[in-house]
Design a protein around this ligand. Structure first.
Ligand code: GDP
Length: 479
């Protein structure tokens, strides 16, 4: 039935795109990776006409006009573009992050290279990366998932964070009669462990099930009230046991959450950008990097058509281009942008080779959808230091200084190592974000969005390499 529904949907999508060329662009990434900011900047770039030299159709003047249109799916929230833009430009604050799926339709009138006028419809679909990382659950049994989750939670730095949950787990007998309160306590402690892993100090990426972190309307429903159990190898759960209860709910989670997401959203995408807050992982250290690589592998598995996985047998994803983007590159001096790209490229390559990935074309870019900093060379003790200048958010702290949200400061981001290997072996990337050279501060300052000069009408948003991302994602469809 699922397959039938999916085929009917695909046929509808297809007939619509014959009349009117349409691309469904998926924008994903874990929470705070930069999805909301990316989409807002992209749409503004089209509507206002951004400075996008590498995005050929726009820079050569072939795009005549872009406008927002009503989206095709009535059951999905609309991406709150206008509200996000006004927060960004007028309040100089970052917009509210993604917590659910949303959609926005952009119609782009352009001239083909042969002179003919056409309209390309771009449907942008914003969804949490946590949901994407749920797809591998579709071909895992409860027992498999339990064993994997437990093994992962026994590694550093997760083990320390998992202690309260592990303690509770020891008190549970999987074959004992089912017990609602025990299931609730286990789910709560397991969720708290997942949340702790997400903390910026650890910045772990691999944390299914995704709705445990972003429950939406399903909070407290039985489909979200389960957790892994320490199970004997092999065997089946006795009827009426806690084990049977957990297993049933895990299957419900797949039926109620994962399959509909796959069928109604994921399987209908044509292009995909995966945003990655690689800098947060660098700051947290080598375990976070390894974890991120594991998540990239999981993501590539979802798009894999090379190996016959259960997923690819159910449906061949129609996505033919995937871009991995390291966001917030404006936290680094430009000498490090290529290095950031090289590091992410290495991670994607290794993940792709482990996943035996084949199918869509992939590329990697380091970008800042909204550039919040400028660059300058600052003299310090007779040395010239490449620095970045920005306005730290109100309440940000560096050393003994707490910022008021108005004062600009020059900071000295550390250089990323030339070779990606150095980062993996040495671990943490040091020296970022300190307002004082020589004073170690291991995290990035968060800057306010840039002050724009509105003297000549509505200002364009400054960015780093957003145009390159667009060229890869949709440039070929605008030829
Ligand atoms: P989402 O959860 O993926 O939707 O993430 P957001 O788009 O809300 O971004 C999360 C936070 O990252 C924002 O509040 C900003 O602080 C920061 N951020 C995102 N994009 C950029 C960028 O291009 N430059 C800078 N400096 N910060 C960014």
């Amino acid at each position: 039935l699922d397959d039938l529904r999916l085929s009917a949907r695909s046929l509808l999508d297809y007939s619509e795109s014959l009349l009117n060329p349409t691309i469904r662009l998926g924008v994903t990434g874990l929470s705070r990776a930069g999805k909301t900011v990316f989409i807002t900047a992209l749409v503004h770039g089209f509507l206002r006409g951004g400075r996008f030299p590498v995005f050929e159709s726009l820079s050569s003047g072939r795009i005549a006009r872009a406008r927002l249109e009503p989206q095709p799916d009535d059951g999905i929230p609309r991406f709150a573009y206008e509200a996000h833009l006004s927060t960004l430009i007028e309040k100089r604050l970052w917009p509210q992050s993604t917590t659910d799926i949303s959609e926005l339709r952009l119609a782009i009138d352009y001239q083909r290279e042969n002179g003919a006028m056409r309209t390309l419809t771009l449907d942008i679909v914003d969804y949490p990366g946590e949901w994407l990382l749920d797809l591998p659950l579709l071909h895992k049994s409860y027992e498999q998932w339990s064993a994997e989750s437990l093994a992962l939670s026994r590694q550093a730095p997760r083990a320390a964070l998992a202690r309260p949950w592990h303690d509770h787990l020891e008190s549970l007998a999987p074959v004992a009669p089912e017990n609602e309160l025990a299931a609730q306590a286990a789910a709560k402690l397991f969720t708290e462990y997942l949340q702790a892993c997400r903390h910026e100090q650890f910045a772990m990426s691999l944390l299914p099930p995704g709705r445990f972190l972003m429950p939406g309307a399903l909070a407290n429903s039985p489909a979200l009230t389960f957790a892994p159990l320490d199970l004997p190898a092999g065997g089946t759960p006795p009827a009426g046991s806690l084990w049977a209860m957990m297993r049933r709910r895990y299957e419900s989670y797949k039926d109620i959450v994962v399959r509909p997401f796959f069928r109604d959203h994921f399987a209908r995408l044509d292009r995909q950008i995966v945003l990655v807050d690689a800098l947060a992982a660098f700051n947290a250290g080598p375990e976070a990097l390894r974890d991120l690589e594991g998540a990239l592998e999981g993501i590539l598995e979802c798009f894999n058509t090379g190996r016959r996985t259960l997923l690819s047998m159910m449906f061949r994803p129609r996505i033919d281009r995937i871009l991995f983007a390291a966001t917030k590159a404006d936290h680094l001096h430009h000498v490090s942008h290529d290095r950031l790209e090289a590091i992410l490229r290495k991670m994607v390559e290794r993940a792709a080779s482990r996943a035996e990935f084949a199918g869509a074309a992939t590329d990697v870019v380091a970008l800042a959808a909204v550039r919040a900093t400028r660059e300058a060379s600052v003299q310090h003790h007779g040395e010239t230091l490449p620095s970045i200048i920005g306005t730290p958010m109100q309440g940000e702290v560096s050393g003994k200084e707490t910022f008021d949200g108005e004062t600009e400061v020059a900071t000295f981001p550390g250089d990323l190592p030339l070779s990606p290997e150095a980062l993996f072996s040495e671990g943490t990337f040091k020296g970022s974000g300190s307002a004082h050279p020589g004073e170690a501060d291991y995290r990035f300052l968060r800057f306010r969005p840039p002050r724009l000069d509105a003297a000549q009408g509505e200002p364009a948003l400054p960015h780093i390499r957003l145009d390159r991302a667009l060229q890869f994602l949709i440039g070929d469809k605008l030829q």
